[in-house]
Write a protein that binds this ligand. Structure first.
Ligand SMILES: [Zn+2]
Ligand SMILES: [Zn+2]
Length: 251
């Protein structure tokens, strides 16, 4: 049964309770990491996985709170005690390749793999088939090139990850009937910010999509001063899980 570990349930704003965004997905098809904010690689180690074991790195968008550990991961793959040998695929939405090429120019040989194959991909309208896992994406309302992902296994299980987004039709359709919907929930209802969700908006998306369970993450520090789950439950009657760092959830 696929299992996920929340590497960071917070944002780019430091919090002693919540690390920057990152999700580790463990299944028969290997280890997938979705977003790797600052500290994600270290929290992976706490979850029992090293940088050498990541097979697929997916990025929802290129904001620093979601990508800060990309360069350190590639640096570690090159200069760690044991050089990485198995291939690594690194993928994002439209524009990801251009972003990666900029990083490549900036860091050059420090991140250029010498002992393993590195593949850079953009997941556009055509889904990525990864063993028994199908990864499809839709654009989100946040930043040009922002995407959410739907990951489906051949046995029908599914998980949907919004990344950062405001309310939009695409997240509702992407999440249709999902076993687990992971939504960003940046601010409490009282403090809505454009480009992000609040608990009641997340609840509305969950209700309209007909997902089975809802997990709230990407919580700014202010969220911890409010009863986020209560706000969400006013709108959505299914199970609501408040994300915490290193929480494990079976899909
Ligand atoms: Zn963010
Ligand atoms: Zn963002």
């Amino acid at each position: 049964m696929p299992e996920l570990v929340i590497l960071g349930s917070g944002t780019g704003i430091p919090s002693l309770r919540r690390g920057a965004p990152g999700i580790l997905l463990i299944s028969k098809n290997g280890r997938t990491v979705i977003d790797s904010g600052s500290g994600a690689m270290r929290n992976m180690l706490k979850a029992g996985i090293t940088y050498r074991e990541i097979d697929l790195l997916l990025y929802t968008h290129i904001h620093p709170d979601h990508t800060a550990d990309l360069v350190p991961i590639l640096f570690a793959c090159k200069y760690g005690d044991l050089p990485r040998e198995k291939g690594l695929t690194c993928a994002g939405g439209p524009g990801f390749r251009r972003h990666f090429n900029k990083i490549r120019r900036l860091y050059g040989s420090w991140i250029e793999p010498a002992t393993y194959p590195l593949t850079i991909k953009e997941i556009l309208s055509k889904p990525l088939q990864w063993g028994e896992m199908k990864v499809s994406s839709k654009s989100m309302t946040h930043l040009p090139g922002s995407v959410g992902y739907r990951i489906e296994w051949s046995d029908g299980r599914s998980v949907v990850i919004s990344g950062d987004t405001d309310v939009c039709e695409n997240i509702v359709s992407l999440a249709s009937g999902a076993d687990l919907l992971i939504l960003e929930c940046s601010f409490p209802d009282e403090k809505k910010v454009e480009g992000h969700l609040t608990p009641s908006l997340a609840g509305r998306i969950a209700r309209e999509s007909g997902c089975r369970r809802l997990l709230l993450t990407h919580l700014y520090p202010v969220c911890d001063q409010y009863d986020i789950v209560h706000q969400c439950r006013q709108v959505y009657s299914g199970e609501v899980i408040l994300g915490e760092d290193l929480m494990r959830i079976k899909i």
